[in-house]
Design a binder for this molecule. Structure first.
Ligand SMILES: CC(C)(COP(=O)(O)OP(=O)(O)OC[C@H]1O[C@@H](n2cnc3c(N)ncnc32)[C@H](O)[C@@H]1OP(=O)(O)O)[C@@H](O)C(=O)NCCC(=O)NCCS
Length: 178
């Protein structure tokens, strides 16, 4: 478990299935993600069960908001495609409970997992990306120290139009300097 002030990060449980189904079937949430309707119970359950075999390459956590003496699951995040050879991984995050958007939870959760990636997993580089209209995510990445490394044109078809993919990278040395 990784602890912050507003939240903590804990391992995924089978009982998270209902939350995942809610978050990843919400059009407002998935417009920002490489997910498309419908997200079925079978696909989500398979993803959860598959985590056991991907423990060397994926570190998914559930984000729990700490409040009123308890906690509430509000989203998930992780480092994926961890390469032991290149010391690299790709970051992903989704806060599925929309009332928690724009309140600092994404930034704090990301800081925790970035620190974990560099200090515990011995990563050298973390890659990430955002759909070009996702201004909140782009601001968050830049605020975390990610550098924009380029744009792939018209990668995602969302809301009736093609959108660019903004690519980010963060190196351990840059992160340490901050
Ligand atoms: C993207 C996401 C992780 C950001 O987390 P968050 O908790 O909502 O954002 P934060 O409160 O930490 O704010 C991050 C930055 O965005 C800015 N921001 C907040 N709301 C914003 C908005 N509506 N438009 C533009 N910028 C906004 C904040 O000011 C902050 O920037 P700053 O540090 O320069 O002030 C979260 O909104 C989310 O999961 N959204 C749905 C799924 C998604 O987009 N996932 C990411 C895919 S790349």
């Amino acid at each position: 478990m990784l602890k912050g002030n507003l939240l903590l990060l804990r391992p995924v449980r089978r009982s998270d299935l209902a939350s995942f189904l809610k978050w990843f079937n919400d059009p407002e949430v998935i417009q920002y993600l490489n997910h498309y309707l419908p997200m079925t119970e079978m696909a989500e359950a398979k993803w959860i069960e598959g985590l056991a075999d991907r423990s060397r390459t994926d570190t998914p956590f559930v984000i729990e908001a700490v409040e009123g003496g308890g906690t509430r699951p509000i989203g998930n995040l992780g480092l994926h495609g961890i390469s032991a050879r290149d010391h690299s991984a790709t970051f992903g995050i989704a806060i599925g409970e929309k009332e928690y958007w724009s309140r600092g939870y994404g930034t704090e959760a990301s800081r925790l997992i970035i620190r974990y990636g560099f200090e515990q997993l011995n990563l050298h580089r973390i890659s990430s990306g955002a759909i070009a209209f996702n201004e909140r995510s782009i601001r968050m990445h830049l605020g975390l120290g990610f550098k924009e490394e380029g744009r792939q044109r018209d990668v995602f078809y969302k809301n009736g139009a093609f959108h660019d993919h903004v690519m980010f990278g963060l190196l351990r040395e840059e992160w340490k300097e901050r």
